[in-house]
Design a protein around this ligand. Sequence first.
Ligand code: EPZ
Length: 423
Amino acid sequence: MDKFVIEGPTPLQGTIPISGSKNAALPLMAAALLGDSPTTIYNVPKLRDIYTFNNVLRVTGARVDFNEEDGTLTIDPENISFLEAPYELVRKMRASFYMLGALMGKFGEAKVSLPGGCAWGPRPVDLHIEGMKTMGAQIDLEQGYVIADSEDVLNGGVYELNPSSVGATINLLLGSVLKASEFTIKNAAKEPDVVLLCEALRKMGADIEGIGTDTLTVRRVDSLSGIEIDNAPDRIETGTFMIAGAMHPESEVTLQGADPSELGAFPDTLRKTGAKVEINGSTIHVKAPEKLKPISVKTKIYPGFPTDLQAQWSTMMTQADGDSKVTDTIYYDRFSYVPELVRLGANMNVVENTVHISGKTPLKSASVMSTDLRASVSLVLAAMVAKGATDVLRIYHLDRGYEDLEDKLSQVGASIKRVDQDA
Ligand code: EPZ
């Protein structure tokens, strides 16, 4: 098992390329199963979650070719014959649950494992299931599996999500485009990953109204064709590196190949800390302020402040002059990084779904433990401004969602090494 050894404090200076998005690629990969011919997705990142989903697709009989050199992924659904997503794979990655909509939507039946637990609290899939039932599908639960069965054509209807859910919106779109006479999703997610999926399905031949709004109406079509499509740049990776570029007073980074239009209010929120943020096409330039201002944030659904950046923001706020707080309204207990940052000397504490941060506190090196994808990258950000050599353990969490992280950070001056934790 690997760990990172990070020497700090080091300013970051230089250019970082942005990779393709994990959370945008996964639904596109599921949608490929709905086509009658192969689909090719460009700019797919080399990440553990992508490899896991490639295997989930292969289990069904689909042919999956991933050219890691140029990030081209081709999925051929022609020989699908096994309509299941097994626990062994689904437990590794929750998004495998998209197989429910994809297999039921194309073949009228599916057997998909329930995702199981997550590092931070309950993440139910009740909205996915209730939405499928509202659409007219027969859904049963057996030994930890969801068994879906559906007629060739379903009546559809109207289903209101509460709360709004990215995953449920995606699964209901996948399940309805070939099945539902007319199905409306109210309070649908508007995240860019959902919009890209809608555009891909429409390019395949689907009939979807209201793309980009919180009301999506689907009317079934008889068949869909395979397509070629560009995956989006990773907006959470982009936000993570923008924060990294603002944390050390001498840092100045340029991010290339980003899509600023997908960042919602985030750039302006970062500017409030005193950081300089210049956007020029797909290039984002961030220059750290001498002193960071304490700016409190509250996470919201898109285009609000993303929950996937709250850990990184809290980490940056440990280096701000004054008090701030970060409230997560999407996940109430996504704060497993806090005790680890406290080990590095941060002054912060959690009350209900808010972390209260007192800065600026000089951080000092220690061994810290990764617990999930975004929590672990916040430890890397902290280690780069902490004095001494910090060990960030269990970085397999990071490999799920950050491509070539240590190479990208080393390129801009970070002292970061991947070593075998057990050596
Ligand atoms: C997606 O997860 C992302 N994952 C998450 O990113 C992200 O944190 C989340 O959206 C919110 O933006 C992927 O895209 C693969 P939700 P998802 O359904 O779809 C509740 C990362 O770091 N809910 O929008 O699982 C749920 O508990 C990952 O890359 C129900 O109650 O999130 C949460 O409070 C982590 N019942 C809220 O809705 C349901 O059936 C939003 O969850 C479904 C969700």
